[in-house]
Design a binder for this molecule. Sequence first.
Ligand code: AMP
Length: 497
Amino acid sequence: MNLPLIDRASEYADNIAIVATGGVFTYRDLLHTSGQIATGLLQNADDLQEQRVAYLIPSGFEYVATQWGIWRAGGIAVPLCTVHPRPELEYVITNAGASMIIAHPDFAEILRPIAQSHNLRFVLTSDLVAESSDDRLPTIEMTRRALILYTSGTTGKPKGVVTTHQQIQAQVTSLIAAWEWTADDRILHVLPLHHIHGIINVLTCALWAGAQCHMLAKFDAETIWNRIGVGELTLFMAVPTIYVKLINAWEAMDRDCQQHLSAGCANIRLMVSGSAALPVTVLEKWQEIGSHFLLERYGMTEIGMALSNPLHGDRSAGSVGTPLPQVSVRLVDDNGALVPPGTPGEIQVKSHGVFLEYWQNPAATAKAFQSGWFWTGDLAVVEHGNYRILGRISVDIIKTGGYKVSALEIEEVLRLHPDIQECAVVGVEDPEWGERVCAAIVLQPSRQLTLASLRSWAKEQLAVYKVPTQIVVIAELPRNVMGKVTKPPVVELFRSS
Ligand code: AMP
């Protein structure tokens, strides 16, 4: 028996699977090359038996064939991040206990020394695809571990999140049902491939559905617009910062060009945003530019996707909708008791898509679950039947003067100020207030802003205890590779000032 993903690929053998810089590849090509890679990885073994295989390959056909090759050989795929420096790559490789590293020749220089210093097998993708394929690949049970993705580690060392084939299947089939993926879909893949959004929501959903995945080797707003302008895409998924970059690029174009690209955008059947809060200002601008009310969804590496606005029917700005098919979600207080609608609570999730364990960290795994429910560490509130995310409890929920306030809510309001382009609100310890509300602000070009004028404006919009007591103006917000604002360095800005 094969993995269902592989069986399905045989059914779609003649369909185009991947369109990338290297060419156009069918599902048959993917089956053939991943078979070669699996054979090359096995050498003469029968089964990799969940050995961890780390790999660093740019977005494209070889990336996908390698991931499938690892799975078909019985290994656990550990994708690395193309822009991580050596210490971070080394951390993931050693934490996962990888026994081998597969590198695209572009990354050989950085990875070969790591392999040598830890005595690991090192292979180039080009060597693996030169192998002939063996038909006798192992049988892989769905309960076996498939993937380890590392959390971004904003509040500690990154943890390896382990998912099995069965859990990946549950994550993917839930999204396929909710967003009605079919083999006729064509998606443009513009996301990093070491993170759940790019790996599961875009790549694996597309391949499960027998659809086409058009992969860009690197992010470039103009290239993305050109592809949208062709008018053949049916789906697009990105993080909010990508939509911001696309808006900026669109605004810099001439009128004819704008009209042409907007028409291409209107041809897409669904555009999704997630992985960070989508500012309502961005959602509204995108509606103007692309005639799309972006579908915002919520999920995390540990759970896959949990909440989504509807594909059909009314979407609500600033909200992430309701639970996805086959996913149970509830909100609880600090003691684990359910909270009623309108009261903020921590999001708990239970589904067949929730991860198996943190890699070799049973204490962290045990702490994260209670009676089968996973504690997400995110706070939300249900309003008019829809969930609204208030932020990560560890960094976005500020305890000030006896109140708990949501940094995301304050940011949403501050972004409405005419002089503010972007902002990040944090809590900074304070002997009197517990924490003070502080805001790092990126101004609109050639604007200035004083704390006093911001405060008097903000008091009209927010309860006084939510109004920032200190601001710092910076050129750019610190972000991780997924485009998410990293809050600990923002807190440091205020500590040091
Ligand atoms: P990651 O595991 O890297 O995908 O990060 C997951 C975290 O991103 C969640 O725990 C949330 O804090 C945040 N997140 C994901 N989607 C959203 C969203 N739509 N709105 C606000 N925060 C989000």
